[in-house]
Design a protein around this ligand. Structure first.
Ligand code: IPM
Ligand code: MG
Length: 372
């Protein structure tokens, strides 16, 4: 069976890290019989520079038609002054929205070899394995009305303006993301923390009520705890291992997943999957951004993108065996002490992006030889 893959390298370090994931893909084609037809498209600032929009209709259609999408990253200071709806980020938001990729899975795992890379004490983070399930197509990211309006002249003679966004969630939006979280929890530690601000927001109150009801209706075998999002942020630093699955809205999920990622030592290690209905392509991308400060320097850590490819193989190509192989090879590389600069520590010696990719290929070869 031949799978189709759409590859969107994007901006900043995107092209460098995606190139390493493509090396892995080519290796799997050669040594593991994986048949993939891939195509490349533009997203973010790259697309804006060429098409005047951060995601063209043509590339969107190709994404829609593919079995899966692998993305690098979008954004950079070059496009800081571009209009909101044309900014690089808008291309990614459009892709998420048009494909209805409502469930964003962001695992935060501390690899044993990297336990010292975390800014938290080893005894707090050792063995950490949590999964953030972030709602991705609603909430304040998409709510209407939104805008910046002129309110006339203020007391200082300047223009008084008002910026506003709308946080909204419906019953069905809350239930469908809740279902994903409960179902995934059943395959892991069987515990879900649902996070909102029910103490100050109606949308949070609804989130809590609907999640409670869903739990009682269909998932009473799973442990459910409600937590205010600010408390969750604090608890993630205090005692992160109390969590198994965290389900939360689009904005809190954006913030809490960056925090959870950093518990593991580096944003450069964290993959993600964005999933929708059964017939739509999943989107796989590293949690980190485009890191314009190190772009083009062959310094970035490609492991988050390579681990995103592993998630892609697991969820979209139904090749959990190959996902396992990649994940174990990543551990091998880390156990061998090979580090990019983000995880090298102060006295460590760092390898380049491409050297990390090569090291991973070596690890794959070794594992392959052992199992042959
Ligand atoms: C993320 C990013 C995006 C978001 C940006 C690039 C639009 O921060 O995927 O976490 O805010 O969702
Ligand atoms: Mg983010």
């Amino acid at each position: 069976m031949t799978h189709t893959l759409m590859i969107l390298p994007g901006d900043g370090i995107g092209p460098e890290i995606v190139a390493e994931a493509e090396k892995v893909l080519a290796w799997l084609g050669e040594h593991a019989g994986l048949e993939v037809t891939s195509d490349h498209g533009l997203i973010g600032g790259q697309a804006y520079d060429v098409h005047g929009v951060p995601l063209s209709d043509g590339d969107l259609d190709k994404c829609r038609a593919a079995d899966a999408i692998l993305m690098g990253s979008v954004g950079g200071p070059k496009w800081d002054d571009v209009d909101y709806n044309l900014r690089p980020e808008a291309g990614l938001l459009r892709l998420r929205k048009e494909l209805d990729l409502f469930a964003n899975l962001r695992p935060a795992i501390v690899f044993d070899a990297l336990v010292d890379a975390s800014t938290l004490k080893p005894e707090i983070v050792k063995g950490l394995d949590i999964l953030i399930v972030r709602e991705l197509t609603s909430g304040v990211y998409f709510g209407e009305p939104r805008g910046i309006e002129d309110l006339g002249t203020n007391e200082d003679g300047g223009v008084e303006r008002r910026g506003f966004n709308t946080q909204t969630y419906t019953t069905s939006e809350i239930r469908r993301i809740g279902k994903v979280a409960f179902e995934l929890a059943r395959k892991r530690g069987n515990k879900v923390h649902s996070c909102e601000k029910a103490n100050v927001m109606e949308s949070g109150k609804l989130w809590r009520e609907e999640t409670t009801k869903l739990h009682a209706d269909e998932f009473s075998d799973v442990i459910l705890e409600h937590m205010y999002a600010d408390n969750c942020a604090m608890q993630l630093c205090r005692n992160p291992r109390q969590f198994d699955v965290i389900v939360t809205d689009n904005l809190f999920g954006d913030i809490l997943s960056d925090e959870a990622a950093m518990l593991t030592g580096s944003l450069g290690m964290l993959p993600s999957a964005s999933l929708g209905g059964a017939d739509v392509a999943g989107l796989y991308e590293p949690v980190h951004g485009s890191a314009p400060d190190i772009a083009g320097q062959n310094k970035a850590n490609p492991l988050a993108t390579i681990l995103s490819l592993a998630m892609l193989l697991r969820y979209s190509f139904d090749r959990g065996d190959l996902a396992d192989l990649i994940e174990m090879s990543v551990q091998d590389v880390l156990n061998a002490g090979i580090r990019t600069v983000d995880i090298a520590g102060s006295d460590g010696c760092a390898v380049s992006t491409s050297a990390m990719g090569d090291a991973l290929i070596d690890a794959l070869l070794k594992r392959n030889a052992q199992s042959a």
